[in-house]
Design a protein around this ligand. Structure first.
Ligand code: HEC
Ligand code: HEC
Length: 249
């Protein structure tokens, strides 16, 4: 009927209802967002992040003592800092302090073997392995030597057994094979040379280990790189190939 109607978006009762509903929905949306902002607390971080920030110092302490996978044995000083210093730096719980030659003298006199034995099993207020159950005997011995030598002893740093230093020797080719290669090589699936089938392996073995490693690592036709398990190290691939070659000879 009039001029004004053309200027308004709302022309019918239906449209009016729609607009009212839409603004209500929009209002609820804003309210929900606002309440989330308030309940998440500091800086609008989601609750999990707030919790993570709050526990971070504790988590970090655990990380400090946790041994990274595949790392070699830790040095005496590393072990000491991570697992022994809390008591032996401060004398807490009556622990003989590092550098306190008088406190260590009679203990050192019992010999490294005896010290290792009490540190392994614990003694009075000293917990077994200082509470770090994952320490190897080598690591524990190194920590004792580190402490004792700073307190008047002159023990010899124990050498790492060759197998413990390098990862390669510790890798179990059979286990790698079973976990990552047997699916195809156990059955001959996808045309894979079957485990133990000499005729299938002979021409391949003839190409030499380097060539086999290259195909196992980089893939070859239907054989995926690393058998599809990208996480495998070169040492693990080598061990698995050696396991397969030994059976195919
Ligand atoms: C919770 C505290 C605590 C921690 C952690 C701890 N110690 Fe001790 N340690 C002691 C106390 C206390 C003694 C003295 C025990 C006694 O002779 O009564 C001791 C004694 C020792 C002794 C002397 C044992 C003997 O036969 O006289 C050695 C060796 C030793 N600790 C090694 C270690 C090493 C290595 C670590 C780390 C891997 C470690 N300790 C971590 C508390 C601790
Ligand atoms: C998805 C199936 C599959 C898996 C899993 C698999 N392979 Fe293979 N593999 C094959 C096939 C197929 C061939 C034959 C490729 C060709 O020569 O065409 C082969 C060939 C090989 C060869 C011979 C290469 C050559 O140069 O002749 C080696 C060595 C080998 N695989 C090692 C491994 C190792 C080690 C693993 C586990 C880490 C593994 N494979 C996992 C399918 C697989």
């Amino acid at each position: 009927m009039s001029h004004e109607e053309h200027q308004s978006f709302i022309k019918t009762p239906k449209q009016l209802i729609a607009v009212v509903i839409l603004s209500f929905v929009a209002f609820i949306g804003v309210a929900v967002l606002a309440s989330q902002y308030v309940t998440t607390g500091q800086k609008g971080l989601p609750n999990e992040e707030v919790t993570a920030t709050a526990i971070a110092p504790v988590a970090k302490v655990e990380l400090a003592t946790a041994k990274p996978a595949n790392a070699g044995p830790r040095t005496g000083e590393q072990v000491f800092q991570a697992a022994c210093a809390a008591c032996h730096d401060t004398g807490a719980a009556g622990a003989p302090k590092v550098g306190d030659n008088a406190a260590w003298g009679p203990r050192i006199a019992t010999g490294l073997e005896a010290l290792l034995k009490s540190a392994t099993n614990g003694i009075n207020a000293m917990p077994a392995k200082g509470g770090a159950a994952d320490l190897s005997e080598l690591e524990l011995t190194r920590a004792i030597v580190f402490m004792a030598n700073k307190s008047g002893a002159s023990f010899k740093e124990p050498a790492a057994p060759a197998a413990a230093e390098g990862q390669a020797a510790a890798v179990d080719g059979k286990a790698v094979y079973e976990a990552s290669c047997a699916a195809c090589h156990g059955t001959g699936a996808a045309g894979a040379p079957k485990f133990g089938e000499k005729a299938a392996w002979a021409p391949r073995i003839a190409t030499g280990m380097d060539s086999l490693l290259k195909s196992a690592t980089g893939g070859k036709n239907a054989m995926p790189a690393k058998g599809g398990n990208a996480a495998l190290s070169d040492a693990e691939i080598k061990a698995a190939v050696e396991h397969m070659v030994a059976a195919g000879k």
